[in-house]
Write a protein that binds this ligand. Structure first.
Ligand SMILES: [Zn+2]
Length: 365
């Protein structure tokens, strides 16, 4: 009987909780989506925005706070039950992880290669998918735009978490006093908070996800951010306006003899899929990763996550001024292993149809 009630509590937790393991953005969102499907009753207010009347506003705010309290309660439950029921809890997490992965791969011929991602999640077959090819001769132009600013770019983190999530190298940062890095300006109506940075690369010197003016760059860095009107990344993931990704392109330069990109040192620590490593000594600010990247002529469009669940709630921003990557750095990235123990040789998704979407270039004042 005791065991049965423990299972009930855990199951309740599993369907409500959004305190998910910090997998990739893509994984995280697929969890969120899973919960959304499983538990319509706890649907977060779709948009926490202006409401029609004062009374509606109060009702919506009540719902908002009620949800927060429920989540907090569930998180406490997790702490209370996970110790006594550790085995059940671990098994449960494992099942969820396996479900969300469904062997998704980047090889066309695999059972769940890119053409079959829509069988993992139907959104992957949607009309607003990413990445896309952009011709800068055919974009809308926004003159006198606010400059895109990354606030905290020179902050030195307390610790950095490095992760091989089975399909990319992912970095996340913890700052003193719980400070956050946020970006604002450009197409963003309010600040967006950094969740993680990860990378996409190829088997040769063409590995970026987005293609600009017929050029596929060597690699692409993604700064994944969420709308600061939400308390957490997971909540934002469920909202149509919740996420924004800033993409920075890497240009291969065989003559470049400068220093290695600082994240290269971490690769040997996380060769195995789902391994993580936390660094507290050799830490560096975001500036060391993105250099003095220039956001003039920033391109923006509405699209999706580029891995399953392919959720179409991403405001994309792409720098048109690439930064440099070296051959040895690309070689190092390809040493990382996926779930099957194979090297991650390439991890960019094939180009998606724009279906008439507009791309806008932001020109600064
Ligand atoms: Zn990405």
């Amino acid at each position: 009987m005791r065991r049965l009630s423990a299972i009930t509590i855990l199951f309740t937790f599993a369907i409500i909780s959004i305190n998910i393991d910090s997998g990739s953005l893509e994984e995280a969102s697929s969890y969120s989506n899973h919960f959304r499907g499983s538990h319509q009753g706890y649907h977060y207010p779709q948009k926490y925005k202006k409401f029609e009347s004062r009374s509606n506003e109060i009702v919506a705010e009540d719902a908002f706070h009620k949800l927060f309290n429920e989540i907090k309660t569930q998180q406490k439950l997790k702490t209370a039950t996970s110790y006594n029921n550790r085995d059940i809890f671990i098994n449960r997490n494992k099942t969820r992880d396996e479900e969300s992965q469904l062997e998704f791969s980047y090889n066309e011929n695999d059972r769940y290669g890119p053409p079959r991602w829509k069988d993992i999640n139907a959104q992957c077959g949607g009309r607003n998918q990413s990445p896309i090819a952009i011709d800068t001769g055919f974009v809308a132009v926004r003159e006198n735009a606010q400059e895109l600013i990354i606030d905290g770019v020179d902050l030195v983190p307390q610790s950095m978490k490095v992760e091989n999530n089975g399909h990319s190298l992912k970095l996340s940062f913890k700052y003193q006093n719980d400070q956050k890095i946020n970006i604002s300006g450009g197409p963003l109506k309010n600040p967006f908070i950094l969740d993680n940075i990860h990378f996409h690369w190829g088997s040769n010197t063409s590995g970026s996800e987005h293609v600009i003016n017929d050029q596929r760059y060597a690699a692409e860095l993604h700064m994944v951010t969420y709308n600061s009107i939400f308390e957490t990344f997971e909540m934002a993931s469920q909202d149509p306006m919740g996420l924004a990704v800033l993409g920075i392109l890497y240009e291969y330069d065989k003559l470049y003899t400068g220093k290695d990109n600082p994240w290269v040192k971490f690769i040997t620590k996380v060769i195995k899929a789902h391994s993580t490593y936390t660094e507290t000594n050799w830490v560096f600010p975001i500036r060391d990763i993105i250099k003095d990247v220039d956001f003039r002529g920033l391109l923006s469009y509405r699209g999706s996550l580029t891995t399953p669940n392919c959720s179409e709630n991403v405001l994309w921003m792409l720098s048109t001024r690439p930064i440099v990557i070296k051959q040895n750095e690309l070689v190092e990235l390809r040493k990382l292993r996926n779930d099957k123990g194979r090297r991650i040789i390439h991890n960019y998704r094939p180009l998606q149809d724009t279906n008439g979407r507009t791309v806008t270039a932001y020109k600064y004042k």
